[in-house]
Design a protein around this ligand. Structure first.
Ligand SMILES: [Zn+2]
Ligand SMILES: [Zn+2]
Length: 336
């Protein structure tokens, strides 16, 4: 969020002794002469309006940093003062700076930016977790560790079994693609260069914390910050709604129009027969071979893309297979 300073306003403080309201920059009560107490609060003159000061010397004073109180007599001095205006005491050591940074309107609400995909979310401030929550987290972590150990133990626990091939099944696929006109939508800068753009609309794309050209500025209510000088800094928090063109376009693309499949039993696989039309091509072929083994402890399927291995798995041939704790076949080899 960008913070914009709109200007400075004079604040007031109320005398403890006689109740007179004094201008913020005045350091002793105008009615009774009592020095301004350290803890006194500055307030806005009028809670509903901002009467910006124009005098540049006063603006500089407002920007100079909080005033400080003399450690010897308590008199309020400007931030840059080195000796007290009243008693001449050294202000470089032991002086107390006035509190600053307090927002004088509690109802000022900064604008809430909408969440968008392109903007990283601001992490919310976290409260420290209660003790029981920490214990629960520790237990969950422990449970994860234990189940992880169990999982890997079972994975690595393998049995070697004598096995006989009882079935072999193969499946081969090829995608048939055509080069054709495709209608699509996207942000203008993401559209492929050869596309035919025919409809664009300005749309909200993301919010920026920093000013962006042609963006819509969204600002919250102005609020006054006590600078500790008797002047308030009036500021506003803003963000920028960035609008960009979102378009519909036509473009030529390769599109999958059909998937050709050939499958069967046995160990001799074939590819689907294809005849390409105009502006057509074949996509990446895929193959998958499944061997079913029978052992003393039941049936196991083994899937592979290795056609050479598959061709050795003739009906009734003898193999040694490794089975892990989950019943998955992890490797196979011909019986010597
Ligand atoms: Zn007074
Ligand atoms: Zn002093």
């Amino acid at each position: 969020m960008a913070r914009k300073v709109l200007g400075y306003i004079e604040l007031v403080w109320t005398c403890d002794s006689c109740g007179t309201r004094n201008p913020g920059a005045i350091k002793s009560c105008t009615a009774c002469g009592a020095p301004q107490p350290i803890g006194v609060k500055f307030e806005k003159v009028d809670p509903d309006t901002f009467n910006f000061i124009k005098d540049e010397a006063l603006v500089r004073q407002a920007q100079a940093g909080p005033d400080k109180h003399c450690p010897y007599c308590g008199t309020r001095n400007l931030a840059e003062a080195e000796t007290c205006i009243k008693c001449g005491g050294d202000l470089t050591v032991g002086a107390t700076s006035r509190p600053s940074g307090v927002i004088l309107e509690d109802d000022a609400v900064p604008p809430q930016p909408q969440k968008t995909a392109t903007q990283p979310e601001v992490a919310p401030q976290r409260k420290p977790l209660p003790k029981w929550a920490l214990i629960v987290i520790a237990l969950v972590l422990l449970a994860c560790c234990v189940s992880g150990v169990v999982y890997f133990t079972r994975m690595s626990q393998t049995d070697q079994l004598d096995a006989t091939v009882t079935q072999t099944y193969w499946q081969r696929q090829v995608a048939l693609e055509a080069y054709q006109l495709v209608k699509a939508n996207d942000w203008e800068d993401l559209i492929p260069p050869n596309a035919n753009i025919y409809d664009c609309q300005l749309r909200h794309r993301y919010n920026s914390d920093t000013p962006v050209q042609d963006a819509t500025e969204v600002c919250g209510e102005p609020y006054t910050v006590d600078t500790g000088t008797g002047f308030g800094e009036v500021a506003q928090d803003c963000y920028y709604e960035v609008y960009e063109y979102y378009c519909t376009y036509d473009t030529m693309q390769w599109v999958v129009i059909n998937t050709l499949v050939e499958d069967g039993y046995g160990t001799n696989a074939i590819w689907p027969s294809t005849s390409l039309g105009m502006s057509q091509r074949l996509g990446t072929p895929t193959e998958r071979y499944t061997i079913t083994f029978t052992t003393n402890s039941g049936e196991y399927d083994y899937s592979t893309t290795d056609y050479n291995l598959f061709q050795q798995a003739s009906q009734g041939s003898d193999w040694v297979i490794e089975v892990n704790g989950f019943g998955d076949v992890t490797s196979i080899s011909r019986e010597p």
